[in-house]
Design a protein around this ligand. Structure first.
Ligand code: CA
Length: 235
């Protein structure tokens, strides 16, 4: 089964506007979707809300610093698996070690060359893709009483097959595979029907309503995130 690819999203947490601008410019040129935050607090909130594929995290930030942001991201089950590249100043090797211990995936020393940084970012994001396709290749996804057999294309509840439309099946398996992550209606549409099909984001609401009904007692696993979209959460 082909998996939908979405534009990868990168969050830059950096207080120096010049660096943020250069990064944003280069990343957008390479077709990544970029969000920025200028403080640790704002960055943390943005990461928790939008759950990007990759966080570029400056170590020296006003307020809570990069190490603290990294630690908090790793503590929160929603953001635990996000990829993090740290930006550090020369001569802060000790911080780098702490950062990597806290779970940063890679680091770049300032001043960095854009070419080098882009190469490192692409390398990390390839790991994101690999991890997601590995997850997708697992034939069976289970979540509480729900079981999805990707090979047979059957979803069941308490071992009774559910009668789902293709879109409902794709939506359910996508949400379960990315359990805990919040998705906007547009992202879900991309995942379910592909980016080239024109349907309005409200169609997702219709699919979700139908799916919840069919899931009965566990319909509440599909949680509405006010002002954002939906996430799947076993409760
Ligand atoms: Ca800084």
């Amino acid at each position: 089964m082909a998996t939908a690819t979405m534009t990868q999203r990168i969050l830059i947490i950096e207080d120096e506007p010049d660096i943020t601008e250069v990064l944003k410019y280069n990343l957008e040129k390479n077709h990544y979707q970029v969000a920025t935050a200028g403080t640790g607090e704002a960055g943390l909130a943005a990461a928790q809300q939008s759950l990007p594929d990759l966080v570029i995290l400056d170590l020296m930030l006003p307020g809570i610093d990069g190490l603290e942001v990294c630690r908090k991201l790793r503590e929160d089950p929603r953001t635990r698996d996000l990829f993090i590249i740290m930006l550090t100043a020369k001569g802060t090797e000790a911080d780098v070690v702490v950062g990597l211990t806290l779970g940063a995936d890679d680091y770049i020393v300032k001043p960095f060359s854009t070419t080098e940084l882009m190469a490192r970012i692409k390398a990390v994001l390839r790991r994101v893709e690999t991890r997601e396709s590995e997850a997708a290749e697992k034939d069976l996804q289970r979540c509480g009483p729900i079981c999805i057999d990707l090979q047979k294309h059957v979803a069941s509840l308490d071992d009774t097959p559910l009668e789902l439309t293709l879109s409902e099946f794709k939506l359910l398996s996508f949400l379960i595979r990315k359990k805990g992550r919040v998705f906007t209606r547009d992202q879900l549409l991309d995942a379910v029907v592909g980016p080239d099909v024109f349907v309005t984001a409200r169609n997702i609401d219709v699919h979700v309503a139908a799916l919840r009904k069919k899931l009965g007692k566990v319909g509440g696993f599909i949680v509405t995130v006010r002002g954002v979209g939906y996430r799947f959460e076993e409760s």
